[in-house]
Design a binder for this molecule. Structure first.
Ligand code: NDP
Length: 243
């Protein structure tokens, strides 16, 4: 690490979409990075300076913590964790394969908690740090065929508020970023083609003008860049036409 490198940031789900865009922005700010996702190639292909990429499934608590410890050995303590990895498998709750419910709860909730588990003790001991949890507009309001996804994202908001209360006496910030529809791979994993088609039609009604991953990355960068005594508790951003 060079003298001028800024502190270590951990980003989950950095192999595509919002996580990948955020990795590029924070690298441009000079941060050391630990990038985590199951697919390693898209992360290593970024070729970012002072960056470790590891193929880690966020549901694997031990692997998550081990990667964090490894990066801390090289770059010093984690200053920020961006809990971004997530899956959205839309479906009517009475018809959907329950394995899809499990997957969303495992990644969107337990995966996020595994990140919190990996960094919180260190942040408390240093009396500094930032945890940024990526939720969704679907963490504040409901949409058709989103029941389980909405459940996971409402949980992210609730847990984040509680965590903020717990960590604020230790000078650790907890921030929620809640984007609206954003052009990424997220929808592609939904298995119901009719629901996917409906989502595309809804986007078309907005003139196709949804957020880009970069739009969300800039909101994350803005919140994180505030001085440690300023906690932007929540940013909700959506395409102007989303309504
Ligand atoms: P993408 O599908 O493009 O990215 C999701 C990322 O999560 C990928 O890098 C994927 O990597 C990673 N991921 C998924 N499962 C796991 C896992 N088990 N372990 C580790 N990484 C995993 O979608 P987005 O960029 O849109 O999603 C990022 C976040 O933004 C999510 O939390 C999503 O809910 C949220 N969001 C997205 C919105 C949108 O409209 N796109 C709107 C509101 C919120 P890999 O497959 O390589 O593991």
């Amino acid at each position: 690490m060079t003298q001028t490198t800024k502190p270590l940031v951990v980003i989950t789900g950095a192999s595509s979409g919002i996580g990948l865009a955020t990795a590029k922005v924070l690298a441009s700010r000079g941060h050391a990075l630990l990038l985590l996702a199951r697919r390693i190639e898209p992360m290593t292909a970024l070729n970012l300076p002072n960056t470790i990429c590891r193929a880690v499934d966020v549901t694997d608590r031990e692997a998550f913590s081990a990667a964090v410890r490894e990066a801390e050995q090289q770059f010093g303590p984690v200053d920020a964790l961006i809990n971004n990895a997530g899956v959205m498998l839309l479906g009517a709750i009475g018809q959907q394969n329950p394995a899809e419910w499990d997957k969303m709860f495992d990644v969107n909730i337990k995966g996020l908690l595994n990140g919190v588990n990996a960094v919180t003790a260190g942040m408390i001991s240093r009396a500094a740090g930032t945890i940024i949890n990526i939720s969704s507009v679907a963490g504040r309001k409901t949409f058709p065929n989103h029941a389980v996804y909405v459940g996971t994202k409402f949980a992210v908001h609730g847990m984040s508020e509680n965590l903020r209360e717990e960590l604020s006496p230790h000078n650790v910030r907890v921030i929620v970023i809640a984007p609206g529809a954003t052009e990424t791979e997220l929808l592609s994993h939904t298995t119901n083609d009719d629901i996917k088609a409906g989502y595309h039609a809804w986007k078309a009604e907005m003139g196709g003008k949804v957020l880009s991953a970069e739009d969300v990355a800039h909101a994350i960068d803005y919140a994180y860049a505030q001085p440690q005594h300023v906690c932007i508790r929540e940013i909700v951003l959506a395409a102007t036409r989303q309504g």
